[in-house]
Design a protein around this ligand. Structure first.
Ligand SMILES: [Mg+2]
Length: 173
């Protein structure tokens, strides 16, 4: 059984870190406004340009924290299932090296053969997909799980995980 697990906002706590970085640059985010939206939708054009410059830098990605309980649960899943960490890393090419370094640092049991960087997830084979993006789940033919993030609030056509404890309860019984 092969599990495809998304990186940003499933394994890596990317959005929360991005918000913290914006706020440390005096761009204050109202989280209620983010429901069903992207950061790009609630920022000015200048703020979006600033954010994209920031998120495409190597140092930015290095500092993103791992989601709570992800390490222990994913390590357990790794013993029971075939794991692929899948990331649309081509969207921010400068981040690719940093993402690879991040995975080595935070998930020491994941080998290079278990990482897939791509432009689109549609052709990647697996039995189960966990992702915060409905556009990735839509194109996947196996079992689909949505990892909760502000932008996917209100979407109820997929089984939802709110935390890695939910993932543990589903797959590690
Ligand atoms: Mg994601």
């Amino acid at each position: 059984m092969r599990l495809l697990i998304d990186m940003d906002d499933v394994i890596a706590d990317t959005l929360n870190y991005t918000i913290a970085c914006l706020e440390s640059n005096n761009i204050i985010i109202d989280r209620k406004e983010l429901a069903g939206k992207e950061l790009e939708d609630i920022l000015t054009k200048e703020q979006v340009d600033f954010m994209h410059k920031m998120t495409d830098s190597v140092s930015y990605f290095k500092r993103i924290p791992i989601k709570p309980n992800c390490y222990a649960v994913l390590k357990e899943l790794h013993k029971r299932y075939e794991i692929r960490v899948v990331s649309c890393a081509f969207a921010f090419p400068n981040s690719m090296n940093a993402k690879l370094g991040w995975l080595k640092k935070h998930l020491d049991f994941i080998s290079l053969n278990e990482i897939i960087f791509c432009g689109c997830k549609a052709d990647i084979k697996g039995d189960i997909m966990i992702d915060d993006r409905t556009e990735n789940l839509q194109k996947f033919s196996g079992r689909k799980y949505l990892y909760t993030a502000p932008h996917n609030k209100g979407i109820n056509r997929y089984k939802r995980f709110n935390s890695w404890i939910d993932i543990q309860n589903e797959f590690c019984r």
